[in-house]
Design a protein around this ligand. Structure first.
Ligand code: PHE
Length: 454
């Protein structure tokens, strides 16, 4: 039985409520912890502005063109992340690339839920007036929290329960409507915080770190990290856009939506950087302090500013919501696949999938404490899941996807899908050149370079 029949036999394929529905849900997936939490700490570890420039180049050169192609695969295929590859070409061979995406979603959610749980906890701390700046010994209470064997796991499991519940109900108008209100408010709040942060003493040093490139810090590891960050932050090649695109109508503008997603995603990341780095240097925090960076810096800013407690509550609420909308997309990709492949209902597929992911996720959480000594290629379970998904599997799936789009499904067919209901595909020739030659080559070179082969 084909996957398409499998989904039809149970319930008709779901669709977004409005034309904006796809855009909001897709932007909700892209904008998340990747922008507010991961971007600043990876910039910090990679030496600052030079990394940011390379990341931006990858976003424009590789991210945007692939995003256009990935949405087209879903809208054309009308099936889950794996079967859409088969549906648009009538060939089964390339489905494996969709499967890689599904596996990566699984891996990402297992560590993403850990950090989302931290954000959830910080929101509740702020709400109950218990958020404290760690003014002398930076990071001690945060460090104590994340290394605890129980507390972070409880918050992580609570978060998983929430997203399972939402995904069980289908991607409803509720999420669309929430995104509609929350995304603009998040923007306003970020702008307020940027002003607050750049006016701190010592802000100049932070801004220089973030904006003045020093190319001597660039090495193959930094370039791979920038490529990984571009893929991770855009949710690229993970099957999110195939799955979400499959619920969208043929009249939606794929190129317009892709442009909007990239713009929003980059803006939020840059604003997060403009907030974090001035504060990092003002409070004397080490920019390379890793996953802790945001959770140590933000409480410091808030406890030190007028109406800080109010800002803290709203801000952590938004980080929580931004994480939630991304986590929903991660679970949705795997759920859609399980539901259509095994011909079971969403009500069963979502909790079963979520539970298995949660179990793996607990190990990721424990790797900050009792399991911190368990390492492979010098990385803890958490770091390994992050590294393998962002810096290995997503770019690899992107490489395969560009070959699929450029040489198997072919640019003319992608153009036909995009222009099916009167939309135009601007800069098509450039797109097709990038997809066929530039993108596969650049990703390949970055891989070989990071392996020390060239
Ligand atoms: N893009 C999301 C973020 O920035 C993370 C994500 C990656 C979500 C891959 C889905 C798939 O937080």
């Amino acid at each position: 039985m084909s996957a398409r029949n499998a989904s039809n036999s149970l319930e008709p394929r779901e669709e977004w409520g409005t034309r904006l529905g796809f855009m909001l849900a897709a932007a909700g997936s892209a904008v998340g912890l990747g922008n507010i939490w991961r971007f600043p700490f990876v910039v910090g570890e990679s030496g600052g502005a030079a990394f940011v420039l390379i990341y931006l180049a990858f976003v424009l050169l590789i991210g945007l063109p692939l995003l256009i192609g990935e949405i087209s695969i879903g809208r054309g295929g009308r099936a889950n992340a794996m079967d859409s590859y088969g549906a648009v070409t009538k060939s089964k061979k390339w489905k494996f690339n969709g499967l890689i995406g599904i596996i990566v979603n699984f891996m990402i959610l297992s560590f993403y839920s850990v950090v989302s749980g931290w954000a959830f906890y910080y929101f509740i701390l702020a709400l109950t007036g218990n958020l404290v700046a760690e003014d002398r010994d930076y990071g001690s209470s945060f460090g104590g929290f994340i290394s605890d064997p129980l507390m972070p796991v409880v918050w992580q499991l609570l978060l998983m329960a929430i997203i399972i519940f939402i995904v069980m109900g289908g991607v409803k108008k509720g999420i669309e409507r929430w995104n509609n209100i929350l995304m603009p408010t998040l923007f306003v709040l970020l702008i307020v915080l940027v002003f607050r942060s750049v006016s701190l003493d010592g802000a100049g040093e932070g801004l220089r770190f973030f904006l003045e490139p020093d190319f001597s810090v660039i090495n193959s590891g930094v370039i791979l990290a920038a490529l990984g960050q571009a893929f991770f932050s855009l949710s690229l090649a993970s099957g999110v856009y195939v799955t979400y695109g499959s619920y969208s109508r043929s009249s939606s503008s794929i190129t317009g939506n892709a442009g909007g997603i990239v713009f929003l995603d980059v803006m939020v990341a840059i604003m997060a950087g403009l907030i974090i780095f001035p504060a990092v240097f003002h409070y004397g925090i080490d920019p390379g302090s890793g996953p802790d960076l945001v959770f140590i810096t933000f409480p410091a800013i808030f406890t030190d500013m007028p109406f800080g407690t109010v800002f803290a509550v709203i801000f952590f609420f938004f980080i929580f919501v931004a994480a939630l909308t991304s986590a929903i997309s991660l679970l949705e990709v795997v759920t859609a696949f399980v539901k259509e492949r095994f011909n079971i209902s969403r009500k069963i597929a979502a909790p079963v999938t979520g539970l298995v992911i949660a179990i793996v996720g607990v190990f990721a959480s424990l790797s900050f404490g009792v399991l911190s000594h368990v390492t492979l290629i010098d990385r803890t379970i958490f770091d390994l899941l992050d590294f393998l998904s962002a810096e290995v599997l997503l770019p690899f799936a992107g490489l395969v996807m560009s070959i699929f789009l450029g040489w198997i499904w072919k640019p003319a067919a992608v153009k036909a899908e995009i222009e099916k209901e009167g939309n135009r595909f601007p800069l098509f020739t450039l797109w097709s050149f990038l997809i066929k030659y530039v993108i596969p080559l650049v990703i390949l070179i970055v891989f070989l370079d990071s392996l020390g082969i060239i």
